[in-house]
Design a protein around this ligand. Structure first.
Ligand SMILES: NC(=O)c1ccc[n+]([C@@H]2O[C@H](COP(=O)([O-])OP(=O)(O)OC[C@H]3O[C@@H](n4cnc5c(N)ncnc54)[C@H](O)[C@@H]3O)[C@@H](O)[C@H]2O)c1
Length: 341
């Protein structure tokens, strides 16, 4: 594998993965293919474009556009695809599911067709722990568990996963899937909970916390996730699924308080708001299968959160223009206005 197509590479995890791969594999060439939706941002890759000019190409395009995908596959002699491209925000999927189905299901199908036609060495799908649905205390999901999706986002992601397995089973496309837990780290669009809370706290704006804040999430540092994807891309078995997470759960209210502690701000900034409909209480992953390939999460929750907070404090140039933009403000008002409890 030498010429990798990284779809959705201008988003949060994708851009971290692109930087990680170019640093780690000096003989790889990466083509980032991204539609640049509200969540895609070339600022995420600004340093990459400068540091790796000869081995990095950016192409703006939609994964659901079969003709354009075909052209890119041919012209860049792509031999592996890693698909990060997706509509990713649960709250937005509750406002309208159409774009989620179009990108996360139909777009995945278009990429799988291209993978089949060009006989790639590997098609890797980035999926999520949310496909397992809400998990009872005392249990952690394994890869063979049935899918119990509860939001239009997770249902769309599950649709993509199932299509991947179908292309492996029916056509022998060498597909692998990773299902990651919640990521935190640099370049996460600030409508997602952790960067939203950090940037609000910096500006002394209330932190809108859903319901009682007792939802349990496994927050992992984005580069740990990227390493897990790398391991599966190179050492995972085609047709197989691998969970990626820390196995350590944190309640959202604990995460919010920790952010305030790190920034020296009062807990009174926490503003409870009406819970998200169908909000999953708990996710938990068993990651033994990936660990058996030699992967280990490197950051504790504390370390991951500390690094993340520091990055947002030091990189206001990145998030201030997003938060002061009309697109963000329109979403924020629609999502949170009048929701206080
Ligand atoms: N963020 C998390 O905590 C998390 C956890 C587990 C899995 N995932 C999965 O990881 C992947 C990346 O998530 P993220 O948080 O980086 O998302 P993100 O929203 O930050 O980025 C998504 C990227 O995909 C691009 N995109 C959207 N629709 C597209 C289309 N039709 N064609 C081409 N590009 C398109 C966007 O422009 C953006 O750059 C997603 O598949 C997501 O489901 C995310």
């Amino acid at each position: 594998m030498r010429n990798l197509l990284i779809t959705g590479g201008a988003g949060f995890i994708g851009s971290n993965f692109v930087r990680y791969m170019l640093e780690k594999y000096p003989d790889y060439r990466l083509v980032v293919y991204d539609k640049l939706t509200y969540a895609g941002n070339l600022d995420n890759l600004k340093d990459v474009a400068q540091r790796f000019a000869g081995r990095y190409t950016f192409i703006q395009g939609d994964i659901a556009d079969a003709a354009k995908v075909d052209e890119v596959m041919r012209e860049h002699e792509i031999d592996a695809i890693v698909n990060f491209a997706a509509e990713t925000h649960v709250d937005r999927s509750l406002m309208g599911a159409g774009s989620f189905i179009q990108t996360d299901v139909y777009g995945t199908y278009v990429l799988l067709e291209a993978a089949k036609k060009y006989g790639v060495e590997r098609y890797h799908q980035i999926s999520t722990d949310e496909v397992y649905g809400e998990i009872p205390e005392g249990y952690s999901s394994v890869e063979t568990d049935p899918l119990h999706t509860r939001s239009p986002y997770s249902a769309s992601k599950a649709g993509g996963d199932l299509m991947c397995i179908a292309y492996f089973t029916s056509f022998g496309v060498p597909v692998t899937i990773t299902r990651g837990s919640n990521n935190i780290g640099p370049y996460q669009y600030p409508e997602k909970v952790v960067p939203l809370f950090i940037t609000n706290a910096i500006d002394d704006i209330p932190l809108p916390l859903y319901g009682d804040g007792r939802q349990m999430r496994d927050y992992q540092y984005v580069l740990d996730h990227c390493e897990g994807i790398d391991v599966v891309l190179h050492r995972g078995q085609p047709g197989e699924i691998y969970n990626v997470g820390t196995g350590v759960e944190t309640q959202n209210i604990v995460m919010a308080r920790r952010i305030l502690d790190l920034l020296g701000k009062p807990y009174s900034l926490i503003q409870p708001v009406k819970d998200r409909p169908g909000h999953d209480r708990r996710y938990s992953l068993n990651c033994d299968k990936l660990k058996a390939l030699g992967w280990e999460s490197r950051h504790t929750f504390e370390q991951a959160l500390e690094k993340t907070v520091r990055w947002y404090v030091e990189n206001e140039w990145w998030w201030r223009p997003i938060k002061s933009g009309a697109h963000f403000e329109e979403y924020y008002t629609r999502q949170y206005q009048g929701r206080e409890i």
